[in-house]
Design a protein around this ligand. Structure first.
Ligand code: HEC
Length: 128
């Protein structure tokens, strides 16, 4: 009897965790559920036609394909290698400070969001 209650509580807690922190709880980061919402909220305003990030660099973040295509100079994501991916370099502020992304955002992107982007790149930057 008691065990059933315990098990029920455990299942509830686990499903809460999975709902609240899908990327962290499952370990597998999803482009559609985890990455795209971050890019949408923090990058897209400038990185689509008409935005100054797009006009200056050619980087369009509207779709997975356009994101992977990168800037007019080439890819900004190297699947499996977050350290040498330019996009990660810029959100971490490892390049020149004037190139920290999101451009002009005081304090930069939150650590947990950077971690999600990094993890996704490390896992192969899949369209998942
Ligand atoms: C307020 C506008 C703005 C926002 C928001 C913004 N960017 Fe940018 N981004 C720019 C501009 C402007 C450039 C071109 C910089 C330059 O070449 O001087 C750029 C360039 C880039 C580049 C290409 C750098 C290169 O190699 O030429 C990357 C990668 C990038 N942004 C990533 C991001 C990411 C990731 C986000 C969101 C986390 C983001 N940006 C949010 C304005 C923005």
């Amino acid at each position: 009897m008691k065990n059933q209650y315990l098990l029920g509580g455990f299942v509830l807690a686990a499903s809460f965790l999975v709902t609240a922190f899908p990327a962290l709880a499952l370990g597998d980061v999803s482009y559609a559920n985890d990455v795209k919402p971050i890019l949408h909220d923090y990058c897209l305003s400038c990185h689509q036609p008409g935005g100054k990030g797009y006009e200056r660099s050619g980087l369009d973040m509207r779709t997975y394909e356009s994101l992977m295509k990168g800037t007019k100079f080439g890819a900004v994501i190297k699947p499996g290698d977050s350290y040498s991916s330019v996009l990660i370099e810029l959100v971490e502020g490892r390049a020149h400070p004037s190139l920290k992304m999101p451009y002009g955002l005081e304090g930069g992107l939150a650590k947990d969001k950077i971690e999600i982007l990094k993890k996704w790149v490390k896992q192969g930057a899949r369209d998942n």
